[in-house]
Design a binder for this molecule. Structure first.
Ligand code: FAD
Ligand code: NAP
Length: 604
C-alpha cells in the first residue's frame, strides 16, 4: 500500500524493488534511525557480526517515511529497528535480542557452521572479453566461480562458440579480413618491386572464411581449456535472474538449472540493432552473419557510418567487391571529424561509393540465392527524395543494443538507463544493487572496446578478492579504426578539445606524410595525415593524438603510453625518430594549423 494520504508515490514500485533488493543483497540489514536508542542496542549487539557479514545500516532520512511504508507492507512492522538476516525478517529490537539469546539469530547468520549459503562466490554472466578475464582472475585468486555464456542465434540462424563478440564476430575476424584486403593491395604494389606473376589474381571468399573460422575455432577451444585449467565452471546456457542471488540457466535443449552466488558480474555485451523496416530481419545481414557467411556477398550496401560499417565496407571493397555505404548524417560520430572525412575520402578514391543523407525505408527480395538480389528503397534525411538501388547483400551496421533487457534485472532491482538499455555503474563497476557488478560494452557512458572490458574485469576481480584498490582508467584509451587507411587516436578529437579548452589555448601541429613503402608503387601521396593537439596552458601537453596511415594501431599504442605519462610537444621534439618509419613524423612536426602553412610532402 502506498503511504496514507497518497494514492501512489511517484516511484512506489521502484522503491519497493529497491528495498527488496537491499534485503536480498545483504547478510544483515538493519533499517534504523540515528537517534533511536533501540536501534543502538541492536547495532551494539550485532556489532562484530555486522562487520563480518557486511551489515548495512539504513538510516531512514530523506525518503525514510516512504521506505517505512514499504517496510510496513513487507513486514507489518512500522517501528525501527527493522532487522533482516539473510533475507529473513527478524523483527524489531526485542525480537532481535531474543533471537540472539536463543541462538536462532546465529543460525540465520550461518555462524559456527562451514556451510556456505551460496553455490558460488561469483557467477559471471557472459563469456566474452570482460567475462572471461574477470572469471579467470577471480578463480586464480581462489574463488569458486561459474561463467555462463550463450549465443542467441541471429535472425538468419548464425551462431558461434565461447569467447564473445571480439573473437567470433568482432575484432579478430574483422582484422583478418582487413589483412586479406591489405594483401590485395600489397600484391598490386609487388609488381613495382619486381614480382612477376602471370595468372590473373582473384580472391576466393570461401577459402578466406574457412581459414578464419578454423582459427576462431581454435581460439574457442583454447578458452574452454583455460577455464578448465583455472577451475572455472563453464555452462553453455542462457542466464536470467529469478530472485536475489539466484539465476536460472537454460541450455540449448531447453533444460533449466538454478545457481546461486554471493556476487554477480554482468558481462553480456551487445548485439547488432536492426532498422525496424520491412524486410530488414528477413533479408539483411549484420556483422554477426558476415564473418562466417558461406558465400561471397557480392555487390553490397552497407548501412551506417561508424566503426563497424566503415571497417566492413573497407575490407569488402579491398577484396574487390562493389561496395556502397549509406550514411545517415556524418562519418564516425564522436571521432575527430577531419580525420573521419580523410579516412572516408581515401575509401572513396579506392572505389567505395557513399550515399549521403539517406536512410533505407524498405528492403525487398527480387531473387533468392547465395547471394540473392535485393531492392533497397531509401529516403533522403533532408527532403522527400527517394533512392532505389539493387544489391546482392545489405549489411546493417547502425549500432548495437546492450543485452540487458531479458536477463531478469527487474527481478533484483538492477537499474538500467531506459533510453539505451545500458547499466550505470560506480567508478568501481558496481550497479545500484551492491552484490551485482557490470563490465564491458553494457556500461553506460563507457567505451566499447575489448581491452577496456578485459582491464575492467581483471581489476574488478582483484578489488573484490585481493584487496586491490586499483580502478579501471577509462580516460585516454587509445583506439584504431581499421578502415583501408587505418585511423588511430588517443585523447580528444579536435572539436572536443576546442569546446573544453577554447581554441586560443590550443596549438595543433599537423602534417601529411607519404610512407616510404608507397613511394615506389607511387600511390596515395598526401593522404596519410598526422595531428597532435596540445594544451598551451599545461606546458603544451598532448591532449589529442591522431594518425591516419598504415599500421596506425601499432603506432598509436606506444604514443598512448607516452600520453599516460604526460607527453608534451617538447618531449616529442626531444625524442629521436626511427628512420625510415611513418611514426617518426610525430618527432618532427613543426607546422601549426593556425599558421596555415603548407603541409603537403613531396617525398619521404
Ligand atoms: P561480449 O564480448 O559481447 O561478450 C558477451 C557474451 O555474453 C556473449 O558471448 C553473449 O552471447 C553472452 N551473453 C549475453 N547474454 C547472455 C545471457 N543472458 N546468458 C549467457 N550469456 C549471455 N573492439 C576492439 O577493441 N577492437 C576492435 O578492433 C573491435 N572490432 C570490433 C568489430 C566488430 C564488428 C564489433 C561488433 C565489435 C568490435 N569491437 C572491437 C568491440 C569488442 O568486440 C567489444 O567491445 C567486446 O567484445 C566487449 O566485450 P564484453 O565482454 O563486454 O561482451
Ligand atoms: P555506433 O558507433 O553506435 O554507430 C552507429 C552508426 O549507425 C552511426 O553512423 C549512426 O549514424 C548510424 N545509424 C544509427 N541508426 C541508424 C538508422 N536508423 N539508419 C541509418 N543509420 C543509422 O555503432 P557501431 O559501428 O556498431 O559500433 C559499436 C561499438 O563497437 C563502437 O562504439 C566501438 O566502440 C565498437 N567497435 C570498435 C572497433 C574498433 O576498435 N576498431 C570496431 C568496431 C566496433 P548517426 O551518426 O547519424 O547517428
Amino acid at each position: 500500500m502506498p503511504p496514507p494520504g497518497q494514492t501512489r508515490l511517484p516511484d512506489w514500485d521502484g522503491l519497493k524493488l529497491r528495498v527488496r533488493s537491499l534485503v536480498g543483497s545483504h547478510r544483515v540489514l538493519v533499517f534504523s534511525k540515528s537517534y533511536c536508542p533501540y536501534c543502538l542496542r541492536v547495532r551494539q549487539r550485532l556489532g562484530p557480526d555486522a562487520e563480518q557479514y557486511f551489515a548495512l545500516l539504513i538510516f531512514l532520512t530523506n525518503d525514510g517515511p516512504s521506505i517505512q511504508e514499504v517496510l510496513v507492507e513487507m513486514t507489518n512492522q512500522r517501528t525501527v529497528p527493522n532487522v533482516f538476516v539473510n533475507g529473513t525478517h527478524v523483527g524489531g529490537c526485542d525480537a532481535t535480542l531474543q533471537a540472539y539469546q536463543n541462538g536462532s539469530l546465529q543460525k540465520l547468520l550461518g555462524s559456527g557452521t562451514d556451510v556456505k549459503p551460496y553455490d558460488y562466490d561469483l557467477i559471471v554472466i557472459g563469456g566474452g572479453s570482460g567475462g572471461l578475464a574477470c572469471s579467470k582472475e577471480a578463480a586464480t585468486l581462489g574463488k569458486k566461480v561459474m561463467v555462463l555464456d550463450y549465443v542467441v542465434p541471429t535472425p538468419l540462424g548464425t551462431s558461434w562458440g565461447l569467447g564473445g563478440t571480439c573473437v567470433n564476430v568482432g575484432c579478430i575476424p574483422k582484422k583478418l579480413m582487413h589483412q586479406a584486403a591489405l594483401l590485395g593491395q600489397a600484391l598490386k604494389d609487388s609488381r613495382k618491386f619486381g614480382w612477376q606473376y602471370d595468372e590473373q589474381v582473384k580472391h576466393n571468399w570461401e577459402t578466406m572464411v574457412e581459414a578464419i573460422q578454423n582459427y576462431i575455432g581454435s581460439l574457442n577451444w583454447g578458452y574452454r581449456v583455460s577455464l578448465r585449467e583455472k577451475t572455472v565452471t563453464y555452462l553453455n546456457a542462457y542466464a536470467e535472474f529469478i530472485e536475489p542471488h539466484k539465476v536460472k540457466a537454460t541450455n540449448r535443449k531447453g533444460q533449466e538449472t538454478y545457481h546461486t552466488a554471493e556476487r554477480f558480474v554482468l558481462a553480456t555485451g551487445e548485439r547488432p540493432r536492426y532498422l525496424g523496416i520491412p524486410g530488414d530481419k528477413e533479408y539483411c545481414i549484420t556483422s554477426d552473419d558476415l564473418f562466417s557467411l558461406p558465400y561471397c556477398p557480392g555487390k553490397t550496401l552497407v548501412v551506417g557510418a561508424s566503426y563497424v560499417a566503415l571497417e566492413c565496407a573497407g575490407f569488402l571493397a579491398g577484396i574487390g567487391l562493389d561496395v556502397s555505404v549509406m550514411v545517415r548524417s556524418i562519418l564516425l560520430r564522436g571521432f575527430d571529424q577531419e580525420m573521419a572525412e580523410r579516412a572516408g575520402a581515401h575509401m572513396e578514391t579506392h572505389g567505395v561509393k557513399f550515399i549521403r543523407k539517406f536512410v533505407p525505408i524498405q528492403i525487398e527480395r527480387l531473387e533468392e540465392g547465395m547471394p540473392g538480389r535485393l531492392k533497397v528503397v531509401a529516403r533522403s534525411t533532408e527532403g522527400s527524395d527517394i533512392f532505389e538501388g539493387e544489391y546482392n547483400t545489405v549489411l546493417i551496421a547502425i549500432g548495437r543494443d546492450a543485452c540487458t533487457r531479458n536477463i531478469g534485472l527487474d527481478k533484483i532491482g538492477v537499474r538500467i538507463n531506459e533510453k539505451n538499455g545500458k547499466i550505470p555503474v560506480s567508478d568501481e563497476e558496481q550497479t545500484n544493487v551492491p552484490y551485482v557488478y557490470a563490465i564491458g560494452d553494457i556500461l553506460d557512458g563507457k567505451l566499447e572496446l575489448t581491452p577496456v572490458a578485459i582491464q575492467a574485469g581483471r581489476l574488478l576481480a582483484r578489488r573484490l578478492y585481493a584487496g586491490s584498490s586499483i580502478k579501471c582508467d577509462y580516460v585516454n584509451v587509445p583506439t584504431t579504426v581499421f578502415t583501408p587507411l587505418e585511423y588511430g587516436c588517443c585523447g580528444l578529437p579536435e572539436e572536443r578539445a576546442v569546446k573544453e579548452y577554447g581554441e586560443h589555448n590550443l596549438e595543433v601541429y599537423h602534417t601529411l606524410f607519404w610512407p616510404l613503402e608507397w613511394t615506389v608503387p607511387n600511390r596515395d601521396n598526401n593522404t596519410c595525415y598526422a595531428k597532435i593537439i596540445c594544451n598551451k596552458l599545461a606546458n603544451n601537453r598532448v591532449i589529442g593524438f591522431h594518425v591516419l596511415g598504415p599500421n596506425a594501431g601499432e603506432i598509436t599504442q606506444g604514443f598512448a603510453a607516452a600520453i599516460k605519462c604526460g607527453l608534451t610537444k617538447e618531449l616529442l621534439n626531444e625524442t629521436i625518430g626511427i628512420h625510415p618509419t611513418s611514426a617518426e613524423v610525430f618527432t618532427t612536426m613543426n607546422v601549426t594549423k593556425s599558421s596555415g602553412q603548407e603541409i603537403t610532402q613531396a617525398g619521404c
